[in-house]
Ligand binder design. Structure first.
Ligand code: ADP
Ligand code: MG
Length: 634
């Protein structure tokens, strides 16, 4: 039978046009196998009819509504292996692989629907017995076509092959020198998912390649069950690597050369365990096959959803989806051959395959050939490059206009910073370091200012107390004496500073006898007060401590002692009188009405304090002068 055309032209020729742009849909063709002898014997009916070369009609038994499915090409049971090869568009993929693209052909469908037959022909009839040429599948025909094509190329090409199977979620090398052993799947940025330590064999002739294929086919797992006497129990991936000798050799010796790739995937068929009668190991295999096919279906569904396509696709869910990730969403060109049985008995599975295939047609990839060093960049990339260069020039000129002094950079460093981003980063780091140093200096001067402020605050408080005390002591009181502020005080605790002269026991302000300060252990509480200022003669009990209050003005001794200790005493009294709290370190938050004395806060209060201090000094001087000029109170 000759190549089958279509009303729109040859589907193969449509595919020969190459990647149609940035997004290329997955190409899907359908193959319907003929009714088998067993099915005919059982009197089963065919429910599938081809209408033209691209549409399939499904007529459900019992007179249900017909369904129509449209694909890139539909090949019915009468089609030969050669028809399939010519119509499916695999030659276009071969061409793309020669140009450096990564291409994948895979068959899928129910078990016994003819997937393996379509790809590699009927099962081997014996060890080393090749498939008859007329029954050879897409794989052998592509080999022949490709090697012929390579011979006519101007540049020498290196051809290599690998062959693996995924059996029960384990990867086995079908070309391994010893017995196949499980191999790990790895991922890296440049290669995507790949199988580590997979044997990649170089071949120079069609005969050598066919031998590799035979070797792999004979090692592949297959078993007999109700629907298929030689059912594949694994997914098989046969890959051809095509590299031009002008291309760079791979950096890693275990890595296949950079170049085009053509991968044939023979999926194990989905199966209903009940229908195939699988038990024991067969059932385990069937479950594992179904699970990986389910993962594949799930990935395809997500890829179809335009919203989800940008997000996560669970390619890692199975080894199969990992290895097909690049074909489904990556930069590859993909061809699917959906295989179906025409029998009415298989209708549910057939419909499921048809729906699956219809959806897969809407999945797109972005084919990209690996760039060779000599390759010219595509037009849009060239434009983008020019735009970026222009922007770069513009930014450089803007940077050049900046005043180097204003930016704090020296001329040479600025030029260096302009040269690259790394230079700019260095500049930022230096700038940051400078700012950090400045911040540290500011912090230490702020601490100094705080210290100074505390000292000033203490001085102010002391002077205020002195002033208060001086006012009480020096000013004549006309009429009845005002009530002594000390009577409003709570009874002094033993640890409170002693306010009274221990000799006369009189209030320093009103001179009233005050007996309530009588803590016998007072000396223990203020040991620092018993300093060398006190006269050394006399026993300690009689020695007046420095905090003694100003004594009766008539007592000469007391007036002498007052010069040393009166301010300590008046400070204590003033503190109690004004009920001012002593702030150990930080100043309090401002509270109270606006006309109250300013509350110290931070370095800004220091000048205020200094002014207050000055004013207090003046006031004290004035009151003392006035006090001296007046006679002492009785
Ligand atoms: P699958 O791989 O889908 O499980 P197979 O390719 O093993 O199915 O095919 C199952 C059986 O049907 C095999 O015996 C095969 O020879 C036969 N068969 C499949 N497709 C065709 C076809 N197009 N022409 C003749 N026989 C076929
Ligand atoms: Mg098979």
């Amino acid at each position: 039978m000759e190549e089958r055309g279509s009303p729109d032209g040859d589907p193969a020729r449509n595919l020969e046009q190459g990647p149609e742009g940035p997004e290329t849909p997955i190409q899907v063709v359908l193959r319907v196998r003929p009714m088998s002898a067993a099915e005919l014997r059982r009197g089963e009916q065919s429910v599938l009819h081809c209408s033209g070369t691209r549409t399939l009609q499904v007529s459900p038994p019992g007179g249900g509504t017909d369904l129509a499915f449209r694909f890139g090409a539909v090949l019915d049971g009468a089609s030969t292996q050669d028809d399939v090869f010519r119509a499916c568009g695999v030659r276009r993929l071969g061409e793309l692989a020669l140009r450096g693209f990564s291409c994948t052909v895979f068959t899928f469908g129910q078990t016994g629907s003819g997937k393996t037959y379509t790809l590699t022909g009927p099962p081997p009839q014996g060890e080393g017995v090749p498939v008859p040429p007329s029954l050879a599948g897409i794989v052998q025909r592509t080999f022949t076509w490709l090697l012929d094509r390579v011979q006519h190329l101007d540049v020498p090409v290196t051809l290599q092959a690998s062959y693996l199977e995924i059996y029960n979620e384990q990867i086995r090398d079908l070309l391994s020198l010893g017995a196949p052993r499980p191999l790990p799947v790895r991922w890296n940025k440049t290669r995507g998912f790949y199988v580590e330590q997979l044997r990649v064999v170089e071949f120079g002739s069609l005969g050598a390649l066919m031998e590799l294929l035979q070797m792999g086919l004979s090692r592949r797992r297959s078993s007999a069950h109700t629907l298929n006497q030689a059912s594949s129990r694994s997914h098989a991936l046969l890959t051809l690597y095509i590299s031009h000798q002008t291309q760079m050799p791979p950096v890693d010796p275990g890595e296949p050369p950079a170049g085009g790739k053509l991968c044939f995937v023979d999926l194990a068929g989905s199966e209903k365990v009940a229908a195939t009668g699988s038990r024991g190991e067969l059932m385990l295999e069937a479950n594992s096959i179904n699970r990986s096919l389910l993962a594949l279906g799930h990935c395809i569904s997500l890829l179809l959803d335009p919203q989800r396509k940008q997000s996560h696709i669970p390619f890692r869910d199975s080894k199969l989806t990992k290895l097909l990730a690049d074909s489904l969403r990556g930069h590859g060109v993909t061809l699917m051959v959906a295989c179906v049985s025409p029998s009415a008995q298989c209708l549910p599975e057939t419909l499921s395959t048809l729906r699956y295939a219809s959806r897969a047609q809407r999945v797109t990839t972005r084919p990209q050939a690996p760039r060779s060093p000599k390759a010219k960049p595509p037009q849009h990339l060239e434009t983008e490059l020019l735009q970026l260069q222009e922007e770069n020039r513009h930014l450089r000129s803007q940077l050049g206009q900046m005043d180097p002094k204003a930016s704090g950079l020296s001329g040479a460093r600025l030029a260096w910073a302009q040269r690259n981003l790394y230079g700019m980063l260095q500049e930022f780091m230096l700038e940051n370091e400078r700012l950090r140093k400045e911040k540290r200096q500011l912090q230490s001067s702020r601490d100094l200012a705080h210290g100074e402020q505390r000292i000033l605050a203490q001085q102010v408080r002391e002077l205020e107390r002195r002033l208060l005390s001086a006012c009480y002591l020096q000013q004549p009181v006309p009429g009845p004496a005002p009530p002594c502020p000390c009577v409003m005080l709570p009874p002094l605790l033993c640890h409170a500073p002693p306010p009274l002269c221990p000799r006369c026991q009189l209030c320093p302000l009103c001179c009233a006898p005050l007996a309530h300060w009588a803590c016998p252990r007072r000396e223990l509480h203020l040991p620092q007060m018993f300093s060398s200022k006190a006269p050394a003669d006399g026993p300690p009990s009689t020695r007046p401590p420095p905090w003694v209050p100003p004594c009766c003005p008539s007592s000469a001794k007391c007036s002498r002692e007052r010069s040393q200790s009166e301010w300590v005493q008046t400070q204590v009294l003033a503190e109690m009188l004004t009920e001012e709290k002593v702030i150990p370190s930080a100043p309090p938050l401002p509270v109270g009405p606006l006309n109250t004395s300013p509350v110290l806060r931070g370095g800004a209060a220091v000048p205020n304090l200094a002014r207050r201090l000055e004013a207090l000094r003046d006031q004290i001087g004035t009151s003392l002068r006035r006090g001296r000029s007046q006679p002492p109170p009785p």
